[in-house]
Write a protein that binds this ligand. Structure first.
Ligand code: GLU
Length: 466
């Protein structure tokens, strides 16, 4: 396998959602696997949609997941700058060359004219596209109009030409140029559009493989036209399958398509997120193997990326997360839980963590399950439902009071004796204790929990209720 130079080229228009980050992961894996480079390039030329906070979030996501980049923001590299707005001259130069070669032309049409044209075409049931009004202007006319400023440069797409290429994931693809508009390459403010900038940069940065979402397929012929006109070799290309929500519609926020940072906040581990994302399109065995980044670097390949759409299955992500939580040592888990604990108390955590490790799916569930260790909850009496809780609690308090060695074993022994003697239902009795100390019907093993809470605190909580 030859070293691959691949790039992740996010547009800083918001916080990228998980689908976008999957592209970065696949890029990174292929770069590492082939002994090549992973390049991060910021495609920030769309100033209308530019979001100042976006860049930091994009980089924070990559850093959190451990997807380090060889070239790009912060680290720079031989092709710097890696921000397209700092490369404007390069695009302007190439746009001018394309005009000289007859592959692009100046367009002076006003927005008003374009709007009218669009409207007319739509009314006539046609696909709106530019009518090449400015294509046949004479050199003189062009020079005159250029003096007045305000022009764009458009790509001249061939009239009837089938663009065909081999996509490493999608296979043979054919698109007729008839379906494509004369794309604006350079805007009137001198900024390039995505189509020009992406081609210039992929070429200049020696990218060998373009990996991007399937939604970019229809742009590829436009890019091919530029490569051809410039006589540049086009990188190999692969379009990743679309990610669908469980209802088979395009994945959106409604399906849980959040950003990696949202998942982090909810207590998903990076290992689980990586493992989950890798199966969004790629297959290995039964698609549920737990695979670390290191293992993935060894086995990942683009041949096993499918072209069919894939489904975002939140349950699978939860399952991975639970698995990875259980694989952590108690010490590691205590560290990871730090942002989710009410108070930094290592001693207390060392006792709680073994009890909850098997019971949480996300780190944020910790406070729900174990918050009662940190503060006395206000018990919702409705939780007791039909339980004769006063009776149970009074007797329990008497027995607990007499325990001298406050340990799980002695507590269990004493309480079981009490239950047997009274012929109570074990479940009812312990449910009562659970609610009394934790204000919840679902807790870690209750006798272990009250052993941790301590005699004084346990009795105080129980006595408050009768
Ligand atoms: N800037 C584009 C995006 O935000 C990159 C598309 C590509 O990889 O060519 O998705």
């Amino acid at each position: 396998m030859k070293p691959m130079r691949v790039r992740f080229a996010p547009s800083p228009t918001g916080v990228p959602h998980i689908g976008n980050t999957r592209t970065a992961l696949f890029d990174w894996l292929l770069a590492k696997k082939s002994g090549g480079q992973f390049i991060v390039r910021i495609e920030d030329t769309d100033r209308k949609r530019y979001d100042k906070k976006s860049l930091d979030k994009i980089l924070e996501i990559l850093e959190f997941l451990g997807l380090d980049w060889d070239e790009g923001p912060k680290v720079d590299g031989p092709h710097q700058p890696y921000f397209q707005t700092q490369r404007l001259k390069k695009y302007q130069k190439i746009a001018a060359q394309l005009v000289e070669k007859g592959a692009a032309y100046y367009c002076f049409c006003s927005q008003e004219r374009l709007d009218k044209l669009r409207k007319k075409q739509k009314e006539a049931g046609k696909i709106p596209r530019y009518d090449r009004h400015c294509f046949s202007l004479s050199k003189k006319e062009i020079e005159e109009k250029k003096k007045q400023g305000n022009y764009v440069i458009r790509l001249k797409m061939p009239d009837d030409r089938v663009y065909q290429w081999h996509d490493l994931i999608q296979g043979e693809i054919k698109i007729n140029s008839k379906e494509l508009d004369d794309q604006i390459l350079l805007k009137s403010d001198g900024y390039p559009t995505y189509h020009l900038a992406v081609v210039v940069d992929d070429y200049e940065m020696n990218i060998t493989h373009i990996i991007r979402g399937v939604e970019w397929i229809s742009s590829t012929p436009k890019h091919m036209a530029i490569y051809e006109a410039m006589k540049w070799k086009m990188p190999a290309i692969m379009h990743l399958p679309l990610i669908l929500g469980s209802d088979k519609s395009k994945l959106s926020k409604r399906h849980g398509a959040k950003s990696i940072l949202d998942y982090k906040k909810e207590g998903y581990l990076k290992e689980a997120l990586i493992n989950f994302m890798v199966y969004l399109g790629w297959s290995y065995k039964d698609n549920s193997q737990l695979l670390s980044l290191e293992e993935l670097v060894k086995i990942f390949n683009y041949e096993n990326i499918q072209k069919q759409n894939c489904i975002f299955d939140q349950k699978k992500l939860d399952w991975f997360n639970g698995q990875y939580i259980r694989m952590k040592s108690d010490e590691e888990l205590i560290k990871l839980l730090k942002p989710f604990t009410p108070r930094d108390d290592k001693k207390l955590m060392a006792r709680i963590v073994p009890l909850i490790k098997e019971r949480i799916t996300t780190l944020s569930e910790f406070s729900q399950l174990a918050g009662f260790f940190f503060a006395r909850p206000k018990v919702d009496l409705a939780l007791f439902e039909k339980l004769d809780y006063r009776h149970y609690l009074k007797s329990a308090a008497g027995v607990l009071q007499s325990i001298e060695s406050w340990k799980e074993g002695t507590i269990t022994g004493a309480l079981m004796h009490l239950i047997d003697k009274n012929h109570w239902k074990v479940g009812d009795f312990f449910m009562t204790i659970r609610i009394a100390v934790a204000d919840s019907r679902y807790t870690p093993p209750i006798n272990d929990s009250i052993a941790i809470l301590g005699k004084k605190e346990t009795l105080a909580r129980i006595k408050m209720l009768f």
